[in-house]
Design a protein around this ligand. Structure first.
Ligand SMILES: *Cc1c(COP(=O)(O)O)cnc(C)c1O
Length: 448
């Protein structure tokens, strides 16, 4: 088989600023050992997130120029709306400035004291918005996801037995909704099978609970379904996505992920009453319903991005490029969450640094070591991010879409391998400052 090459040419470039190991030691200390507090210019390979960091296509940039900035009823809105409807078939499409704005609106209406929101795994902003409303977020992930060293095709699935048991225990009237995250970002970018979505939907129908999808990475999830789930081999990614959305009562989406946009998102629902309540909140916090906190040019970029993302050649390259890093690490026995996910490789910091206990944040320590070694910036997904809810101690290396080349990925593997060779020298951290919500963004640390 020939090399799977990047299915694009580079038209515009952005220089990378190189730092020395000595400079990075000073810079990391000044950032209190929190990669979020580093300046981007001091990072060589930035894998902090795949959110809003992708490269837009020439078509998207052309769309930016075409953007209609009318306050109400802009052409760009209608192009955006029809792109979302094409995939979701949902009648009410509400633009927002990013995914968490959709969550804030949805859970202000659907959350509240005494309510539960059930998921495979809630993303950090989703959980924060649920908890801020007074409701409780519950993760009911399949047991297949427990062992990070064991590969399975759909480690993002929700455990349907636990779901039904939970509904019966707490009473269906107290479950405000079920939201399935595709792919499961916090659980390793692992996909959810169509069969699982259907099974969850059947339970939701039985107990009259709305089922939503956190659709940030719907296209990557659909590519995995095509590869791994019998019966979908012959379908287009778009048709698989349409089927996936057909089971949902609504969805939230950050267009900064699988819509190749630098900003934006949406909330889409079937229920007219809910849509009206959402729009009432939207007007207070985001803007008029035909722009929702976005410029017309952003709506254009999203509309075009949603068409480009279902291209199978792109998805093949995307998923393969992450698998490729994993294969290089396999040669050295480096522990990471298997199989590699849709948008990221997740190093298993607990197994990588077994001498550092959870309360000394092995993931955060590994992030520091990767930066010191090669200027690579990743993010901890473990006890810093989730406190006592943490199921794993991971370092997520999220790959921005269409941004880095194969040689950047080779360099990344070299950096990880070099850190692994001197892993015994890495020390744990203690947290010396934190905030009540989403503390990982601003927490400060010192070496133990
Ligand atoms: C990024 C993300 C969100 C939140 O979207 P923002 O655009 O960052 O506000 C929600 N859920 C998942 C799964 C995400 O990855």
């Amino acid at each position: 088989m020939k090399t799977i090459i990047e299915p694009f040419k580079i038209k515009s470039v952005e220089p990378i600023h190189f730092t020395t190991a000595h400079e990075r030691a000073v810079l990391l200390q000044q950032a209190y050992y929190n990669p979020f507090l580093l300046k981007a210019k001091d990072v060589i390979i930035d894998l902090l997130t795949d959110s809003g960091t992708g490269a837009m296509s020439s078509e998207q940039w052309a769309g930016v120029m075409r953007g209609d900035e009318s306050y109400a009823g802009s052409d760009s809105f209608f192009r955006f709306e029809s792109a979302v409807k094409e995939l979701t078939a949902m009648p009410f499409i509400i633009p927002v400035h990013q995914g968490r704005a959709a969550e804030k609106i949805l859970f202000t209406i659907k959350g509240g004291e005494g309510k539960y929101v059930l998921s495979n795994t809630l993303f950090d902003t989703t959980r924060a918005n649920i908890e801020f409303s007074g409701a409780t977020g519950i993760d009911l992930l399949t047991n297949a996801a427990k062992d990070s060293a064991v590969s399975a095709p759909f480690k993002g699935n929700m455990d349907t037995e636990k779901l039904e048991a939970f509904v019966l225990e707490k009473g269906a009237e107290n479950i405000s909704l079920v939201i399935i995250t595709v792919t499961n970002n916090s659980g390793g970018g692992q996909p959810v099978s169509m069969a699982n979505i259907k099974a969850v939907k059947a339970i939701c129908v039985k107990y009259q609970i709305p089922m939503f999808i956190d659709a940030c990475r719907f296209a990557e999830n659909c590519y995995f379904i095509k590869q791994r789930e019998p019966g979908f081999e012959g379908m287009t990614i778009k048709a698989i996505a349409q089927e996936l959305f057909s089971y949902a009562d609504g969805c939230t989406m950050s267009a900064k992920k699988d819509a190749f946009a630098n900003i934006g998102g949406f909330l889409a629902v079937h229920d007219q009453q809910l849509a009206e309540e959402c729009r009432n909140l939207l007007i207070i916090t985001e803007g008029f319903p035909t722009y929702g906190g976005l410029a017309g040019r952003d709506l254009e970029a999203i509309a075009i991005g949603l068409q480009e993302i279902v291209d199978e050649d792109y998805l093949k390259y995307r998923i393969r490029s992450i698998e490729y890093i994993g294969e290089q690490l396999d040669g050295c026995g480096i522990p990471y969450l298997k199989p590699t996910g849709g948008h990221a490789l997740y190093l298993d910091a607990k197994a990588f640094l077994p001498h550092i206990p959870a309360h000394q944040f092995p993931g955060q320590a590994l992030c520091g070591a990767l930066y010191l070694e090669g200027g690579v910036r990743g993010v901890e997904i473990g006890s810093v991010m989730f406190g006592e809810h943490a199921q794993h101690e991971l370092v997520r290396l999220a790959i921005p879409r269409r941004t880095y080349t194969q040689s950047h990925m080779d360099y990344l593997a070299e950096v990880i391998i070099a850190v692994y060779a001197k892993r015994h020298e890495v020390r744990g951290l203690k947290m010396v400052y934190e905030t009540p919500f989403l503390r990982h963004f601003t927490a400060r640390f010192e070496w133990v």
